[in-house]
Design a protein around this ligand. Sequence first.
Ligand SMILES: [Zn+2]
Length: 294
Amino acid sequence: MSDHIIRATAADAFVRAFAATTRDMVEDARTAHNTSPVMTAALGRLLTAGAMMGLNMKGEDDVLTLKIDGDGPGKGLVVTADGSGHAKGYAVNPVVLLPARAEDHKLDVKGAIGAGTLSVIMDTGLKEPYIGQTELISGEIAEDLTYYYAVSEQIPSSVGLGVLMNRDNTVKAAGGFIIQLMPGAPDDVMTRLEQRLAVMNSVTSFLEGGKTPEEMLDFLLGDMDLEITDSIPCSFYCNCSKEKVSKALISVGRKDLTEMINEGKPITVNCHFCNKNYTFNTEELKTLLTKSLS
Ligand SMILES: [Zn+2]
């Protein structure tokens, strides 16, 4: 099943929903950053959420950033997504080794993230980007996003995210859903939704059973006139390029560029989001310096 996100409505459009399958996206992130299992799960959950949430943006150049700052050993996560299913991101500390949680033998994402904040930044080309920030209430990410939606955007929501690993630490399955109640939703819609969510074990159990995003939403909203309106491919994608990195280098200023040239050694610039390295030799740096003068 190739990675994709479905968009849907239910209950006379009082319910808005997304569901995603993101195995390749999370595996590509793992390969790029060489993350340990618990950080693969943490980053994978946030990437999955980002890819879904990004689809709410309308403009081609709009960028959504999800940032988690935590006091746990993983320190934090940064994910950005566009409005067409592309997401990229990194863990501040990609290699955290923690024992599985005693209660259910699952990866201890909460232990890796710790206490801290979740920031949601939406840059839609306006002068000031929209910034919402809430405390982490769990560190498991899905619950933190549910809390964010309730407090910062006043949208009652249910967010479920999951990443399953193979024994060799590659990603077996990943995915999730976001379900939101629109203003004015009748009480019985909320009650029925709560009942369905209560009998659902977890996203992980859906993933273990090989369920598609369509089947996930059908389970949760199937008796509420579910209508799938869209299916969008999604992927781990970084839009960095040598040209973009050059522009960043030019912007560091003439003084620093001159120092780099005088060192006489090539310099390497790393893209945090995809971990790709760009090397500039002295000749290339001199060309950039000339550009910075013009
Ligand atoms: Zn990159």
